[in-house]
Ligand binder design. Structure first.
Ligand SMILES: [Zn+2]
Length: 188
């Protein structure tokens, strides 16, 4: 089997043919990668050996991340390599790489707190603007960057974009974010 690099959520095989090994998870009938790494198969068991795709990241790379924590004035963001955002791709696996997003890098104009623009659990699209001392620094200051899926901070339900306002259909909470221009207008 050729060495293949996969990212979390990527399809590896079907349960009818394979067994789910380390670094994978089962979704319905399919086996998918739970971590970034290389795929191997032995005795019909598929595994993914965790590897950090350092070469995949560089200054200027666009990443899809999830806001894991906010310690003002910065957000800690877990990352996966950019690509389309589908439901299964929202798994961020156990990638230990974190990047930092400072409030001042969120958008044009003064942002005092990260919490004014992002909430924990938000899925954002960001650009790597600096890599120093092993730290990756992000920016979301561009039209296509910002939140692509926001979650209600009261009930965790995904929020729907109405005009420029995000609305929770479950509890009616409204909120705002630095929104990417292609924020999903319809969330199922
Ligand atoms: Zn809500």
């Amino acid at each position: 089997m050729e060495k293949k690099f996969v990212v979390p959520g990527e399809f590896l095989g079907v349960q009818e043919e394979y067994l789910a090994g380390e670094g994978t998870f089962i979704e319905g009938e399919t086996i998918r990668a739970a971590v970034c790494g290389s795929v191997s198969e032995k005795d019909r068991k598929i595994s993914v050996a965790h590897e950090i795709p350092l070469r995949a990241f560089g200054i200027g790379s666009t990443i899809i991340g999830r806001v894991e924590n906010i310690v003002e004035p910065v957000a800690l963001v877990s990352m996966r390599i950019s690509g389309s955002l589908t439901e299964e791709d929202e798994r961020f696996g156990e990638n230990p790489d974190y990047a930092i997003l400072h409030a001042s890098m969120i958008k044009k104009g003064y942002v005092r707190n990260v919490r004014d623009e992002y909430k924990i659990g938000d899925i954002i699209r960001a650009k790597i603007v600096d890599m120093r001392n092993g730290e990756m620094r992000l920016s979301t200051d561009a039209e296509e960057l910002g939140v692509i899926k926001a979650f209600c901070n009261k009930c965790r339900h995904p929020m729907r974009l109405e005009g420029r306002i995000l609305k929770c259909e479950k509890c009616r909470n409204i909120d705002n974010r630095k929104i990417a221009k292609d924020y999903r207008k319809a969330i199922i």
